[in-house]
Design a protein around this ligand. Sequence first.
Ligand code: UTP
Length: 294
Amino acid sequence: MESASRIRTAVIPAAGQGTRMLPATKAVPKELLPILEQPALQLVIDEAVGAGVDHIVIVTSASKPAIEGYFVRTPEVEEALERQGRHALADRLRRYGDDITVSFVHQDEPRGLGHAVGCARSTVGDEPFFVMLPDELMEDSSLLLALADLARDGAAVALKRVPTNEVSRYGVVNPVGDSHVGAHGEVIGFDRVVEKPIATEAPSDLVIIGRYALTPDIFPILDALAPAATGEIQLSDALTIAARAKALIGLVSSIGRRDIGNPVGWLEAVVDAGLAHAEYGEDFEAWLRERLAR
Ligand code: UTP
């Protein structure tokens, strides 16, 4: 059993347009697309709660009312789940608004990840918080717990190494100093983040994956930030400014992770969940093997 971290708040930016998953996202927000029978957002919140978070701040937009709708307590749904014997799931739904506070803030239009995080400023208050991108699913809460542990006097972000031809999809960090292997894995300082560079201009092969432990001093930086060339307020730019005073901490993670913001990544996550399912995983695997042999 993992113990709770000292970070109790998680900001989940969910106001983007989800264009890679169109046309499904015309009707269903990307964050609510199901991984089997559960919306992806539910799994991300479970990850946060597993790390001791009890305040979830969802940044959403007026054009995605289904996100808020999902968190309305509906006793009929809980009773139906109980009747089906799915007690743990019913319990988890009951916790929203009970011991887990879910707050919503609106981003008027998608002006970038940094802008979305900045919208949460007054709701988060003066305390450290996680940022969790809901289109990335992690296998458990261990990464959040490790980041909270590392972010004791500044931000800590999760990194992974990728092949050079993939760097242009991510924010890439410029490492400084020596890395060391600590209790949670390889830890490295960085002083700059370059957003989606072309491969030849990337400062390293270490990219940011969607989990951050931040301190509230990022908010005034975000508020003062000018838009990047893309017109977006980038969280990466704010991290670069924050790193001027002192290098930020990156944890090179090997956690199981799925990027569900694109059709293939979403399908992989669904297949993974199907294979791992306690009730029908075995039957699904048998079907899949038979299907592949055809
Ligand atoms: P993405 O860039 O992956 O999401 O942002 P997107 O823009 O919705 O998707 P595509 O690229 O058009 O397919 C990562 C997360 O940040 C949120 C998104 O909702 C997503 O969960 N986000 C992004 C915001 O909340 N506001 C923004 O302005 C941008």
